[in-house]
Design a binder for this molecule. Sequence first.
Ligand code: FES
Ligand SMILES: [Fe+2]
Length: 352
Amino acid sequence: MPHEAAASKLPLRQLGINLNHWYVVAQSKALSIQPLAVTLWHQPIVLYRDRTGTPIAVEDRCPHRQVKLSEGTVEGDNIACAYHGWQFAPDGSCAHVPYLEPQQKLPTCQLRQYPVQERDGFIWLFPGEAALADTVAPMGVSEWEHLNFIGSLTTIDVQAHYSFLIENLMDMYHGHLHGGAQVWANPVLAGLEADDTHVHAHYDAESYYRIDKIWSASQLIFPSLRQLHPEPLDVYYHYPHWRSTLGDDFVIYCLFCPVSETHTRAYLLHFTSLERFPKLHKTPLTVRRFVKRAFNNSASFVLRRLVREDVLMLEQEQQAFDQHPTYRGPELNRALTAVQQLIRQQAEGSGE
Ligand code: FES
Ligand SMILES: [Fe+2]
């Protein structure tokens, strides 16, 4: 990973990440007492739950012979290596060796332990300086549990640098790619704010959907029910994650897990608001929970199509960059220049 001086010389598409942030490494529901291997910016990490259900994250490399601990099992609160069965406690210390001789002491080897927390349906991990973890708040997804929001989720797994993905998400002028599957149309960049932690681009736009009737969901299936009307479209790069709102009806997130310079994983979350249904809010909690569950993931098939179309473009951008690393195409969207600046500032300020 680049040092500060070296980072400033690197092309944008080869920059590292600022490790001193909370990244999303898994969905909560994927984590159990089975070890789960994840990679966050070149770091192999094994996740599991201890006996109380608390997530644990340690380096995925047995200090004995360097095999992957994620091949092993969870024993109580410890993780046991598959090879010789050494066990490691949640703090990363060696807790047990099955064949220790009476005169031998436990080896003092120590696995790296990562700050990790479970929040809003996801496992958030802090890969930087552990002492700083408490000083930085994870982004949070308040709509995840909120009964007035119906969620849909899909994952993104793209063989491209994370900068290509965030630029795609901030660039509302790429609706051309998605044809009828896009929720918004006719964006015009009307405002741009940026500092060293975020970029906010405001577009005047139009939306095809209006969520004000109980049968509004049928607009997903019948395009003739959709009617364009003006709505503000706001996109935010809250480094390292993305959030967007389209009027009052939709909130979308993209939670990042950059794997390497040419591989990015992310979670795309779409929420439809039920704020315009005051009668629904007066129904018993059980009914509201039922509605949230019943419509859960109803927009996932649209998200998957959008992601498929975007991934094709992003991977072509990466391949073209690999072939022509010094080529710079003209960029007409000012929001992207601000995004690129923020990526560079964060990468250079990371101390990595
Ligand atoms: S390699 Fe892990 S216990 Fe030996
Ligand atoms: Fe897109």
